[in-house]
Design a protein around this ligand. Structure first.
Ligand code: NDP
Length: 274
């Protein structure tokens, strides 16, 4: 029987992970099956143990279980420890290994797929939730000139700044606090686009030639990318590449083989109709 993997979420039917990992398995020749598994909101660990008992070898974890997975893991990677959340589990003997590939996925999409150098750049992260927390250390590892976090609730941005102060200084504020400054790379990690809402960004915040990156993806332009285009960002990208790259990194954690993402990314883009 093929090695079994899955994604746990609630809801999970919309997940593109089964499609992505099936494509990776085909192109790398790895013999595995990958399914989506719905876990009850208060039943994550039971769902994991059931899957392990069936012979499951590994899993991805999506909303709302990344923090449950962090607590369930018996060993954590350094990047998962830093992120405070786990999106990739590997089951070996009695061990539940927890990793977080979201930050690596974002950095690879920006630097490899989009060809944007992060070293020496002024980066602004918008939002201070789980997604932001997961990408701070990988972004700092790229040696930007500065990293700033703007969030509606300023205390959450400040807490993140303090949590990463041992790596580098991270500026924190609300959106208005960054008036008069401009940035080379602006990453929307709020869930505002999900609700179709725009962010109250001060004018002039997009430097000439800047990259505007929305972690969200879907059909059509997000409100953040529309605003970025109107305010003169040089380049706009959504989070579909991050999705494909975090999956490729998880595949590597499980199988020791790194799949190419270009073909699957093109298929996902076509399926979204753009
Ligand atoms: P969280 O719920 O942890 O955090 C949400 C953040 O968005 C908070 O900072 C919140 O601010 C802010 N926010 C929500 N609504 C608004 C609004 N109307 N105006 C301003 N700020 C708002 O979510 P996550 O961090 O887990 O996820 C954030 C986004 O990233 C989601 O869209 C998710 O889909 C995407 N994502 C994409 C991935 C990919 O692979 N492409 C991977 C992971 C996440 P406040 O603190 O003030 O409430």
């Amino acid at each position: 029987m093929s090695d079994q993997y899955c994604v746990f979420g609630n809801p999970v039917a919309h997940s593109k992970s089964p499609l992505i990992h099936a494509a990776f398995a085909r192109t790398t020749g790895e013999d595995l099956s990958y399914t989506a598994r719905l876990a009850a909101v208060d039943g994550f660990s039971e769902a994991v143990f059931e899957f392990v008992a069936m012979g499951g070898r590994g899993a991805n974890v999506t909303v709302p279980f990344k923090e449950d997975a962090f607590r369930l893991a018996t060993r954590l990677s350094e990047r998962a420890e830093r992120a405070g959340a786990v999106n990739t589990l590997a089951f070996n003997d009695q061990e539940i290994f927890g990793d977080n590939t979201d930050g690596a996925g974002l950095v690879r999409d920006i630097t490899h797929n989009l060809g944007v150098v992060l070293a020496g750049k002024r980066i602004l992260l918008l939002g201070a939730g789980g997604a932001t927390r997961g990408v701070i250390a990988p972004l700092l590892a790229c040696q930007p000139a500065s990293l700033s976090i703007a969030n509606r609730t300023v205390a959450k941005a400040q807490a993140l700044s303090e949590a990463f102060a041992d790596i580098a200084a991270v500026n924190a504020g609300n959106f208005a606090d960054f008036a008069g400054q401009s940035f080379d790379v602006l990453i929307n990690a709020t869930s505002a686009s999900l609700a179709g809402e725009s962010l109250p960004l001060p004018p002039g915040i997009f430097a000439a030639g800047s990259l505007a990156y929305d972690m969200m993806y879907g059909k059509g332009e997000t409100p953040f990318l529309k605003l970025a285009r109107e305010q003169g960002a040089g380049r706009c990208a959504d989070g579909l590449g991050m999705l494909a790259e975090q999956a490729a990194e998880a595949f590597y954690v499980w199988r020791g083989v790194r799949p190419e993402t270009a073909a699957v990314l093109a298929d996902l883009r076509a399926a979204l109709g753009g």
